[in-house]
Ligand binder design. Structure first.
Ligand SMILES: Cc1ncc(COP(=O)(O)O)c(C=O)c1O
Length: 403
């Protein structure tokens, strides 16, 4: 019989993750626009080496010992100061929980706030990873209508009322109002206020996932939902994955101290990798991040622009997209009649792949969008990959008589 006869219903319900490494990334000749990885060339190799040497020379036992679940105090203090400075918050280390990436923070915040069998509302589209984490927790996930400014407040009110009238427990909304993944917009502050009003009216809570707020290339970072709707309605998440190195697996949750304690109780893992946390902390305390940010923004902005330039011919073919304000992705809409998953095979034959957009929707119904990452590849690879994509779409348009 083996183990498979005993797999849990949740495990059996999980499909194969389309972004699982090895899938497309390492096929020779295939350019993958699927992965939202940070640029590897610019990892701070030397600085992290020095930080490690410094900690080991000083025989910093805390870096090699089990640690407090909430994370090392110097790192929590750094995060608090960082968000206070960059976002105008007024938090202390008591408001900070260090997690294994923002990924784990999504899971912990959901476990804190949603009973089993409860419903979590997500944007349409949303971050593919969040769908995976939420499904893995066995909660139900429902998408709410989202426009270029974020969640539609009226649609949110209606969805919550409908779900509640059907007997569902629903109070949590997972949202990315700042540099949304995959669409790349910032929700205006007015929209945030309207959503905060709906939250007051219907007693809703938000997970505000702010993975890219430090990587805005145009305009300013809007006021966070954490400050607009208040800390009694919002748990705010961040990550060092895009700013330092994804392999450190370090993110954080910002919440009221009591919520932090409860999440620590749920986490109960004797701390997220103390070694990575102490090395990263040592690096950050040198002031390196503030120095590094301008060049990171320039790097990713240039890559975004390189991709956008190559996409230009698709305007004539009724494709739609807009320039993301920050982050790692362009969200492209195909002309009516084209199916993003159906043409992926052709794209791969032409030497390029991407994430078909239906993976980013709770109901998987959308077949017209594709998510393109510009963060990971060199400008030259991006140009070649995007050209291959443009040719694939052009051929599909002609083949389907849409031209
Ligand atoms: C919006 C968003 N949230 C969270 C994550 C997870 O990041 P981490 O590496 O910190 O787990 C990502 C990573 O791609 C992301 O895009």
């Amino acid at each position: 019989m083996g183990l498979s006869a005993h797999y849990s219903p949740i495990a059996l319900a999980m499909e194969d993750n389309p972004l699982r490494p090895n899938w497309a990334m390492h096929r020779p000749g295939l350019i993958s626009l699927a992965y939202g990885f940070p640029d590897a060339e610019s990892f701070p190799f030397q600085e992290l080496k020095e930080a490690t040497a410094h900690l080991m020379d000083a025989r910093t036992a805390d870096a090699l010992q089990y640690g407090p679940v909430s994370g090392p105090e110097p790192l929590r203090r750094f995060i608090a100061e960082w968000v206070n400075e960059s976002e105008g918050l007024a938090v202390t280390s008591d408001n900070i929980l260090v997690t294994s990436g923002a990924s784990q923070a999504i899971v912990l915040a959901t476990r804190l706030l949603v009973p089993s069998g409860g419903v979590v509302i997500v944007e349409s589209p949303t971050f593919i990873g969040a769908l995976w984490f939420l499904r893995g927790l066995g909660v139900r996930v429902r998408g709410v209508k989202t426009d270029a400014s974020g969640i539609d407040p009226a649609a949110l009110r209606e969805l919550v009322q409908t779900l509640r009238s059907e007997g569902h427990e629903v109070s949590l909304v997972y949202s990315m109002p700042t540099v949304h993944n995959p669409v790349g917009f910032n929700a205006p502050v007015q929209r945030r206020r309207e959503l905060a009003e709906v939250a007051e009216e219907l007693d809703l809570l938000f997970i505000e996932d702010d993975a890219y707020g430090d990587l805005i290339y145009e305009g300013h970072r809007p006021r966070s939902m954490y400050s607009v709707a208040g800390s009694d309605r919002v748990i705010k998440l961040g990550t060092f994955s895009k700013l330092v190195a994804g392999g450190m697996r370090l993110g954080w949750a910002i919440a009221e101290p009591d919520a932090i304690s409860r999440m620590c109780a749920l986490k109960a893992d004797s701390a997220t990798g103390p070694f990575a946390a102490w090395v990263t902390s040592e690096y950050l305390l040198s002031g390196a991040l503030a120095e590094r940010l301008p060049s990171l923004r320039t790097l990713y902005r240039k890559r975004r622009d390189a991709m956008l330039r190559e996409l230009h011919p698709l305007k004539e073919l009724d494709c739609e997209w807009f320039s993301p304000v920050g982050g790692f992705f362009v969200w492209l809409r195909l002309p009516s009649g084209l199916d993003s998953e159906a043409i992926r095979g052709k794209a791969e034959t032409n030497g390029v792949t991407y994430l078909a957009g239906h993976h980013c929707f709770a109901d998987s119904a959308d077949r017209r969008h594709i998510r393109l990452a510009f963060s990971y590849l060199s400008e030259e690879e991006l140009r070649v990959g995007t050209r291959r994509l443009v040719e694939t779409i052009r051929a599909a348009v002609l083949e389907n008589g849409l031209g």
